[in-house]
Ligand binder design. Structure first.
Ligand code: 9MR
Length: 493
């Protein structure tokens, strides 16, 4: 309904034939902010046993992807030395075609380990198996999997946390050194990959004896010992009553920032108790949306967070019902209708202007120019006819005749309009490293990296500037024409 209002707005203001409104998606808004939002590809997708809407929504709304089960040990090396990459390759091909970042899940985990591994009792033999697995799997997807869960769920569930021993062949046969070794081998196999420690129940605060506190202690030790960890994943499978968890995640992000480590939300779902399934109403879904929104607020506000991954797309396909006694934890319902949680995520993204969101990545999401160039800002405090800052205010719910907003043409350029007419058409065109400003004789061009640091500033000469001096990567270009400011994310390659 939101989008139809945008289209109605276009009709009302008499937009030119070439003027369209780009549809905002989670993906387009995240990309503008140098961040990744993703969801799993369910096992049903790998088996071609999922509704067609699934992929349509997945590739439209998300720019990051992870396999529900298909990159785990039992899937990739079911028999000793026999590697099985077909399903993982299918995901990597899909991700490439749709310009998505790939998370690899998971290398060393006590669960979903094949029987032949679980039976090994010799330390040296098991170390060889782990090394060979990591060499092969990480090596196979070198440069294609951006980030690995190198070790998953290795901490026990006792109150005073230590490493998990029960049920873990890795810990029982090798000892705690399996973790350090796994990181070192993963780094050797792909030096450019981000390497994470991933776990559940670390969204419960950093108090005495907490699991999160144990993780931070280990991160500190790993960094001191040059173990190449770069990120922690908080799975964040929570319930509707877990109201403190978003702020706990913020505290964890801040604690990890001190060690120069990224925190990613890797498996978010916000479930209801299964027994309540029949009685859920609007206020319940609103509350669920509020929790999703708080996680997105924290995610965007903490500079060392990069990926916001949801463990599923639709309530029709979720591990919660079968394995958790929980239900309806995702942002699309069983009929693939967006729930209030979807709108809450959009609202959070729009409330955090791209210029204020930092990215922990040198070069973040690849912008999709067909949906992306929606950011038009007026930073002037003096101009009473200021163009709306669409990154702060949701113009899609406003009367577009009375309150001006951005015009995005089908060439991806940004125009400025006041009231019902387009008075000024200022566009920026990037061809190679030449940025042309069309429609203004004098423009100030500033370029910022994704951490908001200025890397370039100049006034246009003959309507263009040369950006050759800037190294490859993702940047925010800000163009000031008089009192107007246009902003756009660009990838320089
Ligand atoms: O969603 C996965 C489900 O299909 C599997 O049966 C299950 C088996 O362990 O794993 C689920 O994914 C888990 C993930 O790999 C690690 N964190 C918890 C996830 C939910 O159980």
């Amino acid at each position: 309904m939101k989008y139809s209002k945008i289209m109605l707005g276009a009709a009302l203001i008499g937009a030119t034939a070439s003027t369209i409104f780009a549809q905002e998606t989670l993906r387009s808004l995240a990309e503008e902010r140098g961040r990744y939002i993703g969801a799993i590809l369910n096992s049903e997708w790998f088996n071609n046993a999922i509704e067609s809407q699934f992929e349509e929504i997945h590739k439209t709304q998300f720019n990051a992807v992870v396999a529900e089960n298909e990159m785990k040990f039992d899937a990739t090396e079911p028999n000793k030395g026999q590697f099985s990459y077909a399903k993982g390759d299918k995901m990597v091909t899909y991700a490439k075609a749709n310009k998505m970042r790939v998370r690899g899940h998971a290398l060393a985990w006590h669960s979903q380990v094949p029987g032949w591994v679980n039976n090994i009792r010799d330390k040296k033999q098991l170390l060889d198996v782990l090394k060979n697995h990591i060499d092969n799997v990480v090596g196979h997807w070198k440069g294609e999997v951006a980030e690995w869960d190198v070790v998953n769920e290795a901490i026990n569930d006792d109150n005073n946390h230590g490493w998990r021993s029960n049920g873990s062949v890795w810990f029982q046969t090798i000892g705690a050194e399996f973790l350090d070794s796994a990181f070192v081998w993963a780094h050797a196999a792909d030096p450019d990959a981000e390497l994470c420690y991933n776990d559940y129940a670390i969204e419960w605060g950093l108090g005495q004896g907490s699991k999160a506190g144990f993780v931070v202690d280990q991160v500190k030790r790993w960094k001191q010992n040059n173990i190449p960890i770069t990120c922690v994943g908080t799975q964040t499978h929570i319930e509707i009553s877990h109201e403190t968890t978003p702020q706990n995640v913020r505290a964890l992000a801040k604690a990890l920032a001190e060690h120069d480590v990224v925190l990613n939300i890797t498996e978010l779902d916000v479930g209801f108790p299964q027994g309540s399934a029949g009685s859920l109403g609007a206020s319940d879904y609103a509350k669920q949306g509020h929790l999703y929104r708080q996680f997105m607020d924290v995610f965007l506000e903490e500079p060392n967070m990069g990926e916001f991954m949801i463990w599923g797309v639709t309530d029709a396909h979720s591990w919660l019902d079968g394995q958790q006694g929980k239900t309806q934890g995702l942002i699309y319902d069983k009929q693939y209708k967006a729930k209030p949680a979807y709108d809450s995520l959009i609202a959070s993204l729009k409330a955090h202007p791209a210029s204020e969101v930092k990215s922990p990545y040198k070069s973040a999401a690849t912008p999709d120019t067909t949906v992306q160039d929606t950011t038009t800002q007026d930073t002037s405090a003096h101009d009473t006819t200021a163009v709306q800052d669409t990154t702060v205010k949701d113009t899609t719910t406003q009367d577009t005749v009375a309150t001006p907003g951005p015009v995005v043409s089908d060439t991806g350029n940004v125009g400025i309009r006041r009231g019902s007419a387009t008075l000024t058409e200022v566009r920026m065109n990037l061809v190679g490293r030449t940025l042309s400003i069309v429609g203004a004789s004098n423009a100030k061009v500033q370029v910022f990296d994704m951490r908001g640091r200025p890397v370039y500033s100049a006034v246009t000469s003959k309507g263009s500037v040369d950006l050759s001096a800037i190294s490859d990567g993702l940047y925010v270009v800000r163009v000031k024409v008089g009192s107007k400011t246009l902003e756009r994310r660009v990838a320089l390659r």
